[in-house]
Design a protein around this ligand. Structure first.
Ligand code: 9D3
Length: 248
């Protein structure tokens, strides 16, 4: 899969694309990421990419010409990219959106900055707008990195067999159970005995129960949407009974 990113801060992307799983995926050629400086597509000598908003008000707006020129240059060779404008007004990015994008051969990410981009870019260039959540960023760059990260780890060969994306907590709809490693006791806190027991079936059941407990406590919205098995309902009943026992 190929990503193209258009940004006024190309340096912003250097380290993240070299580190960890993403860095390895790039190195292995499982994903290709081209970073393009919007200024390179400015038509004027001074490489101006922003301007004052018509109608007044504060802030600057990204001009349409450089973004259109970038889009045209990057669309020259097939396959045509799916064009995403990163913006606070977009569809909220979720695991489902990541899965959708991972099916596309090519995605072009346009990073806004300042107050935003000229509305005609939205209308004429973008296939869709995506936001990474309800908080205010300084620009689309961190959002682009979030999307590249979440999509790349879904591509075939990027994760080892051990951590296949199908078992992701969000993919499954529940939060993860607690994890422990050595030592078995640390500052008076013991690792739950069942995890040391070697009883695989009991361990599986304990983990499922703790996943359910956490999701119920922290993200009841996720629990409401999850498809639960008969065992899940039994475990939730156990959790409820434990809570009643506490209240006594
Ligand atoms: C303070 C400026 N805001 C006025 C109401 C509008 C605004 C414009 C541009 C707020 C943030 C930005 C820059 N953000 C993005 O370009 C952005 C973003 C975000 O801020 N949150 C979540 N996802 C995204 S994707 C792009």
């Amino acid at each position: 899969m190929r990503f193209d990113v258009v940004t006024i801060f190309p340096e912003y992307f250097t380290s993240p694309l070299q580190c960890s799983i993403l860095g390895r995926a790039v190195e292995a050629g499982l994903v290709t990421v081209y970073i393009h400086n919007l200024r390179d597509f400015a038509p004027d000598r001074h490489r101006v990419v922003d301007d004052y908003p018509y109608g007044g008000g504060g802030g600057m707006v990204l001009k349409p010409e450089p973004l259109f020129a970038a889009h045209q240059a990057l669309s020259a060779e097939p396959p045509a990219p799916y064009v995403v404008l990163l913006s606070p007004q977009g569809r909220v990015f979720t695991q489902k959106v990541a899965e959708e994008l991972a099916e596309r051969p090519r995605v072009l990410l346009l990073c806004g900055h300042y107050e935003g981009v000229d509305e005609r870019v939205r209308e004429a260039l973008a296939d869709e707008e995506i936001s990474v959540g309800d908080y205010v960023l300084t620009g689309g760059e961190p959002a682009a990195l979030v999307i590249i990260d979440a999509v790349t780890r879904l591509l075939p060969g990027v994760l080892g067999d051990e951590q296949a994306p199908a078992k992701d907590s969000f993919a499954e709809g529940l939060l993860e159970y607690p994890h422990y490693t050595r030592p078995a006791e640390w500052r008076g806190r013991r690792v739950p005995e069942v995890l040391l027991s070697g009883h695989h079936e009991q361990i599986r059941r304990w983990r499922r129960k703790e996943s359910l407990r956490r999701t119920q406590q922290r993200r009841p919205d996720l629990l409401a949407k999850a498809t639960l098995t008969r065992e899940d309902h039994e475990l939730l009943a156990e959790i409820a009974a434990e809570q009643e026992a506490w209240e006594w």
